[in-house]
Ligand binder design. Sequence first.
Ligand code: AMP
Ligand code: MG
Length: 416
Amino acid sequence: MSDCCSAPGLLPFEDALENMLSQITPVTETLTLPITQVLNTVLAQDITSPLNVPNHDNSAMDGYAFAIDSLSQGHTLTMVGRSMAGAPFQGECKLGECIRIMTGAKMPACCDSVEMQENVQAEADRITILKGKELKGKKLGSHVRKAGEDIQLGQHVLAQGQQLSAVDIGILASLGVSEVKVFRKIKVALIATGDELKLPGQALNAGDIYESNSFVLRAMLDKLHIDVIDLGIIEDDFEAIKAAFVSADSQADAVISSGGVSVGDADYTKTVLDDLGEIGFWKIAMKPGKPFAFGKLPNSIFFGLPGNPVSALVTFHQLAMVALTKMQNAQVLKRTTLQVKCGHDLKKSPGRMDFQRGVLSINEAGENVVESTGSQGSGILSSLARANCFIVLASKQGKVQAGEMVSVQLFDRFIC
Ligand code: AMP
Ligand code: MG
């Protein structure tokens, strides 16, 4: 791996991403789990439907089933049986006859249409379909749900690599699938470096701050369905950091540290990594998040995020998370990007790709407009909480004037 630090200038964001992804090997181990345990897991097989959903033509209403041709002889029909959900009518229903039918019940073989009970007057076994607007529009197949109208037998329903959602699990159940093959969960070890860091709940001494990066990362990793091994806060000390990295490497598929990747006196990440593994120590042409380390430890992949909370989150979301989803064997993340009008001038110098925090809204004219959350300092985590998108400005772009179109990337479920 080349040491990008020595390269003149900054590494373009796209190159960093591509370089990183080229070095990620997806997991191959699979396991079979009941569908009650697969939320957010990555599917390791394609799913083809073993049946039609619904499996039979059935009624969409509580009412009466009949053959539409019966109506040419009048609107009074004789009821000759019942079809209930789970207890279908087994007999014959001739022209001029009808079957009492409930929502979801199988359509009798000789019937093709249903009238809802609200439009029917029933007296003993005689029913009359009331004339009116509904009757004029009465069509063959009214209120009948056709077999296979949701999913057809043999249809390709879910693909390997899909991260299973609640809806996907419902679909699997509706196909009668009780267990599926998924890729094993990957494990990420988290390390926060910094002498100034204290855990929430502890007292702060002069100059201390509360550690927040590992909490943000853990929450995002949870949503990605990745196991977290938290190694806690490690002091700015070469031996302590080295010991933490060795421990993390022995337990996890990937190690993520935050802090200590700059070039200050207490920034040991690079020296420890030079000692332990193969390291690309990058200055990426992105803002926030210029310093970022990526590399290989003996048994795992390493991501070194900047310490500033906004930089840590943005580099995790835009770079490390993409690599981790590849490692999980999940489909490539789709990021929803829109071109919208910018509500006011934006500061921007050419040279780095900006991920400014934005608020996308609809103005009085009904147009989408994006505005900055204000100060873009890389330590201002609260500005991310106010935002609902990134305003993504290309590296070569200079300042933006009010009314210009800009690209926004909507926050996905991993940030919100
Ligand atoms: P560093 O990259 O270690 O120089 O840290 C840059 C800035 O981020 C400093 O102001 C640190 O105090 C802050 N910082 C580093 N790690 C964390 C963390 N885990 N949580 C919150 N702030 C942090
Ligand atoms: Mg530090």
